[in-house]
Design a protein around this ligand. Structure first.
Ligand SMILES: *Cc1c(COP(=O)(O)O)cnc(C)c1O
Length: 464
C-alpha cells in the first residue's frame, strides 16, 4: 500500500518510510493513499489474534516486509503477553463484554501496537548507518510501552517527554527505572498538550532533521493505528458466533483518538459489520462535543483520575477529517491551519451526518467514573482502572437506550497502574502482576526541563 500526508503534500511513501518517519514533512499525518484491501474472509471465530494481525497488517506492508518476516515479527511481539489469547474477552453481564487489552509487558493496551512497532523498527534499521532518534510525548502509558518496546534495540535511542507531576508514580517509575543506555526521560513543566506540541515541532524542524534521523512512537505513527485494528475483528468474531442476530458496538475510552480510529477502520475499510463506535471521554470532552455538535473546539485541559485521556487536541482526529472530506488534503490543510490559529473547526453538514452514522459519544465525569469502578466490583466482581471505568459507564448509558444491542468495552489498562484512584474507591490496592513487585524500590533516572522548545531540543541533540 502507498501512503500520503493528510495535508496535501503529494509525496508518496511506502510502509517502511511511514513507519520510520512518523509525521509527514508538511506537518500532516500519513494515511493510506487508496484503500485496496484484499478480500479475504477474516470474520471467522477460529482465527487467533496472531492470524488476524497477519491478515490485517499484510494489507499495508507492501514490499517493505516479506510475509515470512511479518509472521516472525508478529510472533515475537505477542510472545511477552501474559495471556495466551493476547486480548481475551470477558462476558460481564447480559449484553456487556469487556475486551482485556492490558496483558502486555507494561499493562496498557498500547503494548499491543508498540511491541510490534519496536520490532519493526529493529527490522528496518538493521543495515542502516544513522541511528534512529525516537521522540515521543506521553500522558503516562505511551512512554513506558514505547520504552519497553525499544529498550533492547541496537540502532535507536528514545527520548520521552512527560508532563512533570501529572503522571502517576507508578507510570513514571515504569519509564524512569529502565536502565538501558538508549533511554532518556524528560519531565516537562507543562501539560501533555505542551509535550505533544513540542514533539510535533521537533518533527518539522529542518535544522534538527538535518542533524538527526527522527522516529515517532506516538499514535501519529500510522503503524500504531494499524496494529490496533486486529483486536476489533478478533473480539467481534467471538461475540458474533454466539449472538448472530444482535448488533455489536464497541465502546472506546478515548484521548488521542488513535484507538477509536482503528475501530473506525475495522468498520469502514475492513467492512466488519460493527454497529456503532462509542466514544467515551472523561471531563476533557472535545471529542464528545464534536460528535454532538460538529464543532471541534479547544478548551483548557483538566486533570482527572484517568490521566491518559487528559487531552484536548486529539491528533488522530485529523485522519478522520481527511476521510470525511473525501481525502482532500488541501481542505484539511486549511482546516488545521485555522485550528492552530483560532482553536476551532466546524465541519460541513455532509461530514457531520457521516459521523452521526458511525459514532456516538459520552463524556463521563469524575463522580460517575468512581461509581463505575464501584459498580464493576460489586456487580461483576472485577477491578477496573479509571479509563476502563469511563468506558463501562458510557456503555451502560448506551445500553439503557439500546437494550438489545451487544457492547464490547475496551479495557485499556490494568487496575494496578492506577492504584491510587482505585483504592480511593474500593479501599484497597489492586495487586500488581509479579514482575512489578519491586518497582518502588528501584532508582529513577530523569531530567526536569522547562516548557521550552530550545531547551528540550538542545538536550536531545546533546544526548543522541
Ligand atoms: C492511551 C490510553 C487511552 C487513550 O487512547 P487513545 O488512542 O489516545 O484514544 C485510554 N486509556 C488508556 C489506559 C491509555 O493508556
Amino acid at each position: 500500500m502507498k501512503f500520503i500526508s493528510t495535508r496535501g503534500n503529494k509525496e508518496i511513501k511506502n510502509f517502511k518510510q511511514v513507519t520510520l518517519r512518523g509525521l509527514a514533512t508538511d506537518g500532516g499525518l500519513y494515511v493510506p493513499k487508496d484503500w485496496k484491501i484484499e478480500k479475504k474472509n477474516i470474520l471467522k471465530k477460529s482465527l487467533s489474534f496472531e492470524n488476524i494481525a497477519f491478515e490485517v497488517i499484510k494489507c499495508f506492508t507492501g514490499n517493505s516486509l516479506k510475509k515470512k518476516k511479518l509472521k516472525e515479527i508478529i510472533s515475537k511481539s505477542y510472545e511477552p503477553f501474559r495471556h495466551n489469547e493476547i486480548t481475551p474477552l470477558k462476558h460481564l453481564d447480559k449484553n456487556n463484554f469487556l475486551l482485556e487489552l492490558y496483558h502486555g509487558p507494561t499493562l496498557a493496551f498500547k503494548d499491543i501496537a508498540l511491541q510490534f512497532l519496536g520490532n519493526t523498527f529493529d527490522e528496518f534499521l538493521e543495515k542502516k548507518e544513522k541511528k534512529l532518534c525516537i521522540i515521543g510525548a506521553t500522558s503516562g502509558d505511551t512512554g513506558s510501552a514505547a520504552i519497553d518496546a525499544v529498550k533492547r534495540n541496537k540502532f535507536s535511542s528514545i527520548f520521552i517527554l512527560h508532563p512533570y507531576r501529572r503522571v502517576s508514580d507508578f507510570q513514571r517509575r515504569q519509564m524512569t527505572t529502565v536502565k538501558s543506555k538508549n533511554v532518556f526521560n524528560i519531565a516537562v513543566k507543562g501539560t501533555f498538550d505542551d509535550c505533544q506540541n513540542i514533539v510535533k515541532k521537533l518533527f518539522i524542524d529542518e535544522n534538527l532533521n538535518s542533524q538527526l534521523r527522527l522516529g515517532s512512537i506516538n499514535s501519529i505513527n500510522w503503524t500504531r493505528i494499524m496494529a490496533q485494528i486486529s483486536y476489533y475483528i478478533f473480539s467481534y468474531n467471538k461475540v458474533k458466533e454466539e449472538y448472530k442476530n444482535k448488533k455489536v458496538s464497541f465502546c472506546v475510552p478515548t484521548g488521542n483518538f488513535g484507538d477509536a480510529f482503528a475501530g473506525y477502520i475495522a468498520k469502514e475499510k475492513f467492512n466488519v459489520p460493527i454497529n456503532k463506535i462509542i466514544i467515551a471521554t472523561n471531563k476533557n470532552n472535545i471529542l464528545d462535543r464534536f460528535f454532538k455538535t460538529g464543532i471541534y473546539k479547544k478548551e483548557k485541559v483538566y486533570q482527572t483520575m484517568s490521566p491518559s485521556m487528559d487531552i484536548q487536541i486529539a491528533s488522530n482526529f485529523e485522519r478522520l477529517l481527511y476521510d470525511l472530506y473525501n481525502q482532500d488534503g488541501n481542505i484539511i490543510n486549511d482546516l488545521m491551519n485555522d485550528f492552530s490559529k483560532n482553536g476551532i473547526i466546524k465541519v460541513n453538514n455532509k461530514s457531520f451526518k457521516k459521523t452521526k452514522k458511525i459514532f456516538l459519544s459520552f463524556s463521563i465525569n469524575e463522580k460517575e467514573t468512581m461509581n463505575s469502578i464501584l459498580h464493576a466490583y460489586k456487580k461483576n466482581q472485577i477491578i477496573v482502572d479509571p479509563h476502563t471505568a469511563v468506558g463501562l459507564e458510557a456503555s451502560r448509558k448506551f445500553i439503557k437506550k439500546n437494550k438489545n444491542d451487544i457492547v464490547i468495552t475496551l479495557a485499556t489498562a490494568h487496575a494496578s497502574k492506577f492504584s491510587k484512584a482505585v483504592s480511593t474507591v474500593l479501599g484497597f490496592n489492586p495487586d500488581f502482576p509479579q514482575n512489578y513487585k519491586n518497582i518502588f524500590k528501584l532508582n529513577e533516572k530523569f531530567i526536569i526541563l522547562e516548557n521550552s522548545y530550545e531547551q528540550i531540543k538542545n538536550y536531545i541533540v546533546k544526548n543522541t
